[in-house]
Design a binder for this molecule. Structure first.
Ligand SMILES: Cc1cc2nc3c(=O)[nH]c(=O)nc-3n(C[C@H](O)[C@H](O)[C@H](O)COP(=O)(O)OP(=O)(O)OC[C@H]3O[C@@H](n4cnc5c(N)ncnc54)[C@H](O)[C@@H]3O)c2cc1C
Length: 430
């Protein structure tokens, strides 16, 4: 056992805890440790397609919106790599996921021993004075905890019993190894992951399939809403005020705004459409395909020649059936507290839907008031649609640091108000 007791230990080193690590580093007063089960920093490697771009500006990186002088900014990464001028000549608003991952890996290497990889956390317990974080061969202690180990895969009930080589979630190590040659492939889900898998499959990333079909419960392949007023709700001011609203109003608003966070990247849809056009009228290379919105997968049956899938056509109300060899579930993620917190679950307060209650400063409400469990990416229901996004990750990290230190190390509040007045108690007045 390592005898050191850290001030805060982060479980998971995705972008969110990496941002916390990067903003904590200049504050030598904080003893931090971050653990991750991967060998090195990787960002959703199963879904790392060369044509995939970030849905968020590179200026909303791990640190810049809070402290542009922090050395772990995306711009400093470019300068240190000697590629700033070349980058500027590419003249883009958004960078690819490949670039963002490489930037994060660079930060993780610069941060050195504060981060430990190959550390799978199995269990967290609390002895009244500190948390004990245990892995297969490790035992760390910390006064506070920050969990950011990612959401869990959402698997449709009718697909549960078929999970394996032929039916799997897109974020699976089976996807990079897959061979679709000569197969009838179904992709379930028309969000960004679904369309990325569809386009890559058409372009024969996994071999030339016999046929390809995408079904989506959405009304169309719909673009991310990203106008300036929509982006004005991805701000600290909005999140701060939103947290205090009645829960049922928050749930309604968040579900209405699904496309501000879960829509398809418009430029990606443009590219997909152009490539379908070029193929239909000129190249004639793609395998037979179909894109089917307004279809809800209801049943999978094993048959001799594959998997018989029944979908409901949500427009006509009719049922439709077709056989496939492979089903890729691009069905998104669900938020659930991680398994390793099991010993503490009963002492964490939850709402009537079983969701954890999370304070404004991202602390889980639990039995102990002096030792905190901060949670990142578990609070869409309380903090709103920005919670799973990278947009406000640096601001959230600074809120957590201020809360931990009990002082305003980073400015998290004094910002110019939005052009939209959602919250003023003085009604319409300016
Ligand atoms: C393909 C994809 C693309 C996305 N693109 C964008 C985008 O462009 N813009 C945007 O705003 N949002 C995007 N998101 C949403 C969100 O920003 C990301 O999911 C982001 O990675 C969340 O960061 P995180 O740090 O919470 O979790 P993750 O990145 O999921 O990292 C969690 C880490 O914890 C590790 N871990 C899990 N369990 C344990 C354990 N028991 N012990 C140790 N380590 C553990 C995991 O291996 C992983 O490394 C995207 C999501 C996906 C899936």
């Amino acid at each position: 056992m390592n005898n050191e007791v850290y001030d805060i230990l982060g479980v998971g080193i995705g972008p969110f805890n990496l941002s916390l690590a990067a903003l904590s580093e200049p504050l030598e007063i904080l003893k931090c440790k971050f653990l991750d089960n991967k060998e090195e920093f990787r960002w959703h490697p199963e879904l790392m397609f060369s044509d995939a771009t970030m849905q968020t500006s590179y200026l909303k990186d791990l640190v810049t919106p809070v402290d542009p002088t922090n050395p772990y900014s995306f711009l400093n990464y470019l300068v240190k790599k000697g590629q700033l001028y070349h980058f500027m000549n590419t003249d883009r608003k958004a960078v690819t996921r490949v670039e963002f991952e490489d930037y994060c890996r660079w930060v993780s290497q610069e941060l050195g021993d504060t981060l430990e990889f190959n550390q799978s956390v199995r269990e967290v317990t609390f002895d009244g004075e500190s948390f004990h974080i245990r892995g297969d061969h490790s035992h760390h202690q910390s006064r506070h905890l920050c969990i950011a180990s990612g959401p869990v895969k959402n698997i449709p009930t009718c697909a549960q019993e078929f999970l394996g080589e032929d039916v799997f979630h897109a974020k699976s190590p089976l996807l990079p190894k897959a061979d679709f040659t000569g197969q009838r492939v179904l992709i379930v889900g028309g969000g960004q992951t679904g369309v990325e898998v569809f386009k890559n499959a058409l372009e024969e990333k996994w071999g030339k399939c016999e046929s390809l079909c995408l079904v989506s419960g959405r009304e169309n392949l719909v673009s991310l809403e990203e106008g300036p007023f929509t982006n004005d709700i991805f701000t600290p001011e909005f999140v701060n005020n939103f947290h205090s609203l009645p829960q049922k109003n928050k749930d309604r608003y968040t579900s209405q705004l699904l496309l501000a966070s879960d829509g398809n990247t418009p430029e990606f849809l443009d590219e997909l459409y152009r490539s379908l056009y070029m193929d239909r009228f000129y190249h004639h290379r793609f395998s037979p395909y179909c894109l089917c919105p307004m279809r809800w997968m209801e049943k999978i049956e094993k048959e001799e020649s594959g998997l018989l899938v029944t979908v409901k056509n949500l427009l006509s109300g009719q049922y439709e059936r077709k056989s496939f060899d492979r089903i890729i579930l691009a069905t998104g993620f669900q938020t659930a507290l991680p398994q390793y917190l099991e010993p503490l679950l009963d002492s964490i307060e939850k709402d009537e839907l079983g969701r954890p209650l999370i304070c404004k400063d991202y602390k889980l409400q639990w039995d102990n008031k002096d030792h905190h469990i901060y949670a990142m990416n578990y609070s869409r229901h309380m903090h709103g649609i920005a919670d799973p996004q990278t947009s406000l990750m640096s601001w959230r990290s600074s809120v957590i640091i201020n809360s931990l230190l009990g002082e305003k190390v980073y400015n998290t509040r004094e910002m110019e108000p939005s052009f939209l007045n959602f919250f003023s108690h003085q009604g319409f007045s300016s």
